[in-house]
Design a protein around this ligand. Structure first.
Ligand SMILES: [Mg+2]
Length: 325
């Protein structure tokens, strides 16, 4: 595979989506007209750690790498801006497949108002994709951080949970009695997570006090938010919005569906806290973004995360990342 040829191919498939990007591909570095506050995040996905070539198409891999980074911008309530993609390509990955990885990222970038403005391609013993994203805001106050939760706030979550975890079990060969539609939706949920950019901005505008994206599952991520805010979170696991098909997949895997919803990763929904008076504003942000909002608990004094089902603590087995088989 010719590296220069591949880079030329990548440049042909990328589009500039903003006047802010003054210079990008073909230069030594991208030149971007800045807004007052830059919001930057980097994520890397690695073969056999975050995906398998047997179960993820090249497009899935490119999508996933960029989606996980963009989800961090969503969790801050930032406007998306530019992305910079690093590809580590082993010898047995063809140039076409490398281009397909970039096509997957570019397709997501298009829907997310993001310009892929640069990157790097290197030979590597393991396939990996790194995505650095830069988002923008007019001021620090326009963003939502993890440390703003106050006792008395409500805890809300977007969308549905457990789908990516159930999808992973199915990808690994779990046989479950599922309608075809649910089966496909769960696989897609794992392979092509949707960063909640529009919702994140809407929740920031609605006055969310603290926010985090669910990359590892509520059991881990809500604890991060509680730690950073110096508060406790009391979550009623029976209120968790569980994706269709998760119950059947959990039954086939002899797991508790609540555990799958709370402790499996990769759903990339948003968890936030907000003052009770702003509850309707948060619900409206959800409607505007076409994503359901569910209130699942409240912020309390103290520093703990309590996940309760029918008045009893929920037993959690720890979050699931894709591990080498
Ligand atoms: Mg995150």
């Amino acid at each position: 595979m010719g590296e220069l040829e591949l880079i030329a191919g990548i440049e042909r498939l990328l589009r500039r989506r903003s006047d802010r990007v003054m210079r990008s591909l073909g230069e030594d570095a991208a030149v971007v007209r800045a807004r007052p506050v830059a919001v930057t995040s980097l994520d890397t996905v690695v073969e056999r750690v975050h995906f398998e070539r047997a179960t993820h198409s090249p497009r899935d891999i490119g999508h996933k790498a960029l989606a996980t980074s963009l989800s961090d911008l969503a969790a801050m309530g930032a406007d998306p801006g530019e992305a910079y993609i690093g590809l580590g390509i082993p010898e047995d990955v063809s140039e076409d497949d490398a281009l397909e990885i970039m096509s997957g990222a570019e397709a997501l970038a298009e829907g997310a108002d993001t310009t892929i403005a640069g990157g790097d391609v290197v030979g590597s013993p393991t396939l990996f994709v790194t995505a650095t994203v830069v988002g923008w805001a007019e001021s620090e106050e326009a963003l939502v951080t993890r440390d703003g939760a106050q006792p008395g706030d409500l805890v809300g979550v977007s969308g549905e949970l457990g789908g990516a975890g159930a999808g992973l079990l199915l990808l690994r060969g779990l046989e479950a009695e599922l309608p075809e539609r649910d089966h496909e939706a769960l696989l897609a949920r794992h392979r092509r997570p949707a960063p909640r950019l529009r919702l994140g901005r809407g929740l920031a505008g609605a006055g969310a006090a603290a926010m985090i994206d669910l990359s590892d599952g509520i059991a881990s991520d809500a604890a991060h938010l509680a730690d950073r805010s110096g508060v406790g979170l009391e979550i009623d696991a029976d209120l968790l919005p569980i994706a269709s098909g998760v119950a059947a997949a959990a039954a086939a895997a002899q797991r508790n569906p609540l555990e799958l919803a709370a402790a499996s990763g990769d759903d990339y929904e948003l968890l936030f806290t907000i003052e009770p008076e702003r509850r309707e504003a948060a619900a409206r942000a959800g409607r505007d973004a076409g994503v359901q909002i569910t209130f699942i608990g409240r912020v309390i004094e103290g520093e703990c995360l309590s996940l309760v089902s029918r008045g009893r603590p929920l037993a959690i087995r720890g979050y699931t990342h894709l591990e080498p088989a």
